[in-house]
Design a protein around this ligand. Structure first.
Ligand code: LLP
Length: 440
């Protein structure tokens, strides 16, 4: 098992993260438990900021909160000076509750509701990443009604297909997101924005996919964006001030994953912007990016307690944990792969190949197939690293399993940032009530 960030093996042979013994964390806070390495999150934030600082470009690094959105993480990335990307009233509400400066919040989404747009307008967020004509019309109207101007980035689909899992490739032309360049929709949307009384067009946005290792896709997107902005200038006389290139920077889940450093991506992007914009005599834009996974992914580790162990002779050994697809949907949804270790016996040599099963009533609820572990016993603590992005964020109550607690660890101290759901939480919104006749 690869040790990320401050993870190490302590004198007891236990996995330690942020100076905290994970076996003790499991005992104290229960399992399953999401443990976040606070220092690593901060280092990841700084790595993107510092990478930009050396390039001379004006920039914003916005944390894509969809990867992991709680009040504590919002507070942390605010402290690091990042901006924030939200995609729903829920994420926006979480950020505002955490005291996130509204002017540093960007609002995404392909189907924002009127209520969501109104809420964001009233909060005074920094920017709307508008996705379609329906949204532009509604936003213009709602802003006008309030005597406000909505600042807008137009999300365009540059037609770049990033090399990634097809479920999470979003940059291609045939996408539910954004305005297509090829068919002329994107240009039409620019015109619409420029005419709209209560909209101020700041520039364009694109996002080509997720868990991307190579720089080629980002560079190809820059070329498309530059070409598009050249057309926009010729056709509309408009010059974009901001180009947002989205997120998607890959992380190391398992051996063989080869992410580059933030500096590597940022240098490739800024070089491409320099070349492509200079060639077209376009002024250099302010560059925004939206990393999610690469800020929190490697910083999160899930701790489980091992329960039943079942060996089918000559077939397979199933090791079941007290969580599964309810706290980490990624294996079931994307066939995502993870490593794991026994947190209480980190120095022991692997002795058997087992498969890690979740506890849901669903055969697809398997966390890891065929992993080498020391001989496993019921009661061992299984640590699965790299669950910090889209783990808690996509957690569910399937089978009425309460969602786990979340702790942040740093310098030997742990703070509980999300409480474990209780059984009462599960029925909190349930009602056994008499039927109410619908009004005709
Ligand atoms: N910006 C936009 C517009 C996005 O759609 C996304 C991710 C991001 C930024 C952040 O991407 P990141 O840096 O985290 O790759 N649930 C999937 C990932 C879905 C990504 C959706 N959009 C997973 O677990 O892999």
């Amino acid at each position: 098992m690869y040790l990320h960030g401050t993870s190490r093996i302590n004198e007891k042979g236990h996995l330690e993260i942020g100076g905290c013994d994970t076996v003790q964390l499991a005992r104290e806070f229960g399992t399953p438990l999401y443990v976040y390495d606070e220092q690593l999150i901060r280092e990841n934030c700084r790595a993107f900021v510092e990478a930009f600082q050396t390039t001379g470009f004006s920039f914003q690094v916005a944390y894509a909160s969809k990867a992991f959105c709680t009040m504590a993480i919002c507070r942390l990335v605010a402290e690091e000076g990042l901006s924030l990307d939200v995609v729903s009233a829920g994420e926006l509400y979480t950020a505002l509750k955490a005291g996130y400066p509204a002017e540093r919040i960007h609002f995404h989404g392909n189907n924002k509701s009127p209520e969501e747009l109104a809420m964001a307008l009233e909060a005074g967020i920094g920017c709307f990443v508008a996705d379609n004509f329906y949204e532009l019309e509604m936003l213009n109207l709602l802003a006008k009604e309030r005597g406000k101007t909505a600042v807008v980035l137009l999300r365009i689909t540059p037609g770049v297909e990033a090399h990634t899992h097809e479920y999470i490739a979003t940059g291609q032309q045939d996408s539910k997101f954004g305005l297509d360049i090829q068919s002329g929709q994107a240009l039409k949307a620019v015109r619409r924005c420029l005419q709209a009384e209560a909209l101020e067009l700041l520039g364009v946005h694109c996002h080509i996919g997720s868990q991307i290792f190579e720089t080629e896709g980002f560079v190809a997107a820059v070329v498309q964006v530059a070409q598009f902005l050249q057309t926009v200038r010729e056709e509309c006389g408009y010059t974009a001030r901001v180009v947002n290139l989205g997120g998607g920077y890959g992380i190391r889940y398992v051996e063989g994953d080869t992410p580059r450093t933030p500096a590597h991506y940022i240098n490739a992007i800024t070089q491409a912007v320099r070349t492509e914009f200079a060639q077209r005599q376009l002024p250099f834009p302010e560059l925004w990016i939206e990393p999610g996974r690469s800020i929190v992914g490697e910083a999160g580790t899930t701790l489980y307690r091992i329960g039943s162990v079942k060996e089918i002779p000559n077939v397979r050994k199933y090791v079941a944990v007290d969580g599964g697809m309810t706290d980490n949907l990624r294996p079931a949804l994307y066939q995502a792969r993870y490593e794991a270790g026994l947190a209480n016996r980190m120095n022991e040599q692997p002795g058997e190949i087992v498969s890690i099963a979740g506890k849901c009533c669903e055969s697809g609820d398997m966390l890891i197939w065929d992993i080498a572990l020391p001989p496993v016993q019921s009661g061992d603590i299984l640590a699965v690293p790299c669950t910090g992005a889209y783990g808690y964020a996509m957690a569910s109550n399937y089978n009425r399993i309460p969602r786990p607690a979340v702790v942040f660890v740093r310098d030997g101290q742990a703070r509980l940032v999300v409480e474990r759901e209780t059984l009462d939480d599960l029925v909190r919104l349930d009602r056994i009530a008499d039927p109410i006749p619908l009004q005709r």
